[in-house]
Design a protein around this ligand. Structure first.
Ligand code: CTP
Length: 395
């Protein structure tokens, strides 16, 4: 389950740091790629050589040691950040958004789930400030692991002992089994686009956005960091994801292009206009006698652009709406646009298409595997599409 997962193991200065060496071994043995981040006082407890040797990578501790943007690169490219031991000081900084060292800067840049294993003396742990900081972190979506109670290194007794490394490891495994897309960045486009003719009129299509929104919500529920780029739709904004609203095909292209390189998966469920008026009138067009012709020009094919500029790790998924020669056209589209998977919709199927809550689709992947899914809710279809994407991510 942890094979190939990119995990940041962040240590702050506590005597419990020795337990994190065991956790590091467990994670490495399970196949995870572990990057160790430390605060400056960790060296007093565990040597850098131990951590770099066991992780197989240099330890990141000085904010400027590995280039000025290493914290952003780490924070955005990881599947999980575990802060263990998390001292009262580090927890306070995290809760308040301070970033005066490598650990807190990585935390602020992290888009992956974050787990903290507090470790401190009993008096510090029960102090109302620490309790408030832990509550704040939990409210921010950080998983706060419970502490053990008993003899502490200071000789005192009470709560504050860091969770045992085997138990932290079990929590990490449980998180990845409940949220298999944890840490993955998925961009989904949804809905129609609007192509303005003048300040009051536009060309559009019947797309409701329901399929794209169902995909975004399903990906979020599987733990992914979701960016939903949505054309104008009547659907409520889903919680727990980044929603970017756009109007025209050109807006959608700009928004998607600037974010595409960092995505693990891009799903283009939007019904993007293929043509847009060549001229947009600055004033409302007045009616005149006789016919009116409107000249249209081609829009940028966003999916084709993404296929041409696809990073090797990225999974690119397109949709195809076909009314004739459906399978053949979809297979061609898959190849022509360099996709990993295409979701074919045919309007001929009862229960499929615009506005309805069900759909009938065929999934075709780049290895030639074809699966026609039975009629089911767009939510269930979203789940099936994401299951297939997960298989591609693992292969
Ligand atoms: N698409 C896109 N940009 C466009 C047009 C379409 O990214 N300007 C994407 C859609 O989001 C969808 C896929 O291309 O994922 C297929 O759209 P579709 O309209 O079925 O096909 P086209 O490629 O436009 O080809 P054709 O008009 O020949 O069917």
């Amino acid at each position: 389950m942890l094979q190939g997962k990119k995990i940041i193991l962040a240590l702050s200065g506590s005597i419990a740091a020795y337990k994190s060496v065991v956790l590091l071994r467990l994670l490495k043995k399970a196949g995870a790629e572990v990057k160790v981040v430390t605060t400056s006082s960790v060296d007093t407890f565990v040597g850098e050589l131990t951590l770099s040797t066991l992780s197989g990578q240099p330890v990141f501790s000085g904010l400027w040691d590995a280039g000025w943007s290493e914290h952003v690169a780490l924070g955005t490219a990881s599947d999980l950040m575990v802060v263990a031991p998390a001292t009262a000081n580090t927890l306070a900084k995290m809760a308040h958004g301070l970033c005066d060292n490598a650990l807190t800067a990585v935390y602020l840049a992290a888009r992956c789930p974050v787990m903290v294993a507090p470790a401190m003396d009993a008096d510090m742990y029960i102090h109302p400030r620490t309790a408030a900081n832990l509550a704040q972190l939990a409210a921010d979506g950080v998983k706060v692991l419970p502490v053990g109670s008993g003899f502490l290194a200071s000789g005192l007794q009470g709560p504050g002992r860091m969770m045992e490394p085997e138990d932290i490891f079990a929590e990490i495994e449980a998180m990845f089994s409940a949220k298999p897309l944890a840490g993955k960045k998925i961009l989904i486009t949804a809905g129609p686009t609007r192509e303005a003719l003048d300040p009051v009129r536009f060309l559009t299509n019947h797309s409701s956005g329901k399929m794209g929104y169902a995909l975004a919500e399903a990906a979020r529920d599987l733990g992914a960091y979701v960016t939903l780029v949505s054309g104008p739709v009547a659907l409520p904004a889903p919680d727990g994801l980044e929603l970017l609203r756009v109007e025209s095909a050109a807006d959608m292209f700009d928004t998607v292009r600037t974010r595409s390189a960092q995505q693990d998966v891009i799903i283009k469920a939007a019904a993007v206009a293929d043509y847009t008026p060549s001229q947009v009138a600055g004033q409302k067009m007045k009616k005149k006698d006789g016919e009116l012709s409107i000249e249209l020009k081609r829009t940028q094919d966003i999916l084709a652009y993404l296929g041409e500029h696809k990073p090797s790790h990225q999974i690119l998924v397109g949709f195809a709406l076909e009314t004739n020669n459906a399978l053949e056209n979809a297979r061609n589209k898959l190849q022509r646009k360099h996709l990993d998977l295409i979701v074919l919709n045919t309007l001929e199927d009862a229960g499929a298409g615009f506005g309805v809550d069900t759909n009938v689709v065929t999934l075709i992947d780049k290895h030639g595997k074809e699966d026609r899914l039975p009629i089911q809710s767009k939510k269930a279809i979203a789940k099936a599409i994401l299951d297939r994407i997960q298989q591609h991510l693992l292969s």
